[in-house]
Design a protein around this ligand. Sequence first.
Ligand code: ADP
Ligand code: MG
Length: 446
Amino acid sequence: MKSEEEQAQVGMTKDQWGVVRNELKKTLGTSHYTSWIEPLVFQDLKDGVCTFGVPTTFIGNYVSQNFADQIIYQLNRSGESVKRLAFDVANVATAPTASAVPPPALEERFTFDRFVVGKPNELAYAAAKRVAEGGPVSFNPLFLYGGVGLGKTHLMHAIAHELRQRQPELNVLYISAEKFMYEFVRAIRDNTMMDFKHLFRSVDVLMVDDVQFIAGKSSTQEEFFHTFNSLIDDQKQIIISGDRAPGEIKDLEDRIKSRLQCGLVVDLHPTDYELRLGILQSKLTSHQNTDPDVVVADGVLEFLAHRISTNVRVLEGALTRLFAFSSLVGREITLELAQDCLADILRISERKVTVEEIQRKVSEYYSIRLSDMIGPKRKRDYARPRQVAMWFCKQMTSRSLPEIGRRFGGRDHTTVIHGVRRIEDLRIKDSQLSDDLENLRRQLEE
Ligand code: ADP
Ligand code: MG
């Protein structure tokens, strides 16, 4: 409080600003005052323009649309000559009421042109692009899902940036589900639910990132559901991300699941080698814009794309470290240097899941007992999951076929070969099975 008041002295006395704030409190009421006026930090007053620091773009927009006249009126009454208000987002350290997407200058990286498109993410990219065009709301909500580090947050920010450019008048609010919950709890505690509801129901585009976070949190879900419905009814665009498909998020209410499913649901598949290589190349090119001296030997990017298959964030981290290292020691980035400098990351990426983990996850997935997966039963309900598990063991572990057979209740290696071939065969024809494999792979790679 004190520092705000101290800052308020520039070009206007502390008392004056205090008086203005008090007047505003009287005319607007305590709850509006707390939500909208208190977060404003007076910066300066020049040529009739009074500038305030605000914690988020959203608050700035909101205040300017709803309270500007009254603020100007009170400022003028206090003896200042003010024609217009301006808001400066970067300039406040206080906790925001809700976090809007930072203006483009802050998250420059997360734009569409920095997003490398490949087979695994082309659908998600196309859907995000369409929403960012801001035409009539065509699919609502847009639900993006996929594993960690595959670009969900990047795409959501990219949508926000593009919308800001095309339609600056829109109120675009980006918030993580975690922050949504935090703000909700705070609103209950501080008795500001009306403002909370108002804030979330007055946006034009709402983005909620990592929605799986509110699973199991029942009152937050309740509030989310109402917010969601109210915006959908008003034909406002909603974009949600999650780490898995709506139907697979545990402890999420069925009505929310079905609401989330009624728009367009698209997933970001795990990256493939080509996409990883493309991302590395694009990051190298953009790095070379700032540091033209960096030299990467042939084969290094290919090596990284091959060896680091976990997620894009790790891939980026590896590259950043290499750049830093090579600029420190002034050396070309060779394969040898990469192996040395990234030994820890490369080791983790080598981590293979165990046969036991695969058996457990697959039996859980198909809701059968582990003992039935390993045991002698031949019924298809058990045989198919067993074959799936064998297939994963072949794919993801370095165990030999006889060894795999032994771990499946002492079966012969020819049984393993048969099982693996069967799955290879079916995954092309049977889309349900291929979805299952995709889901399981994601779970196993976590
Ligand atoms: P998620 O939200 O899915 O966990 P992020 O969007 O935070 O993942 O992405 C992790 C990092 O990887 C970010 O720095 C992002 O810019 C980068 N990234 C992910 N996918 C791509 C892509 N296709 N092209 C370029 N960068 C990407
Ligand atoms: Mg994210």
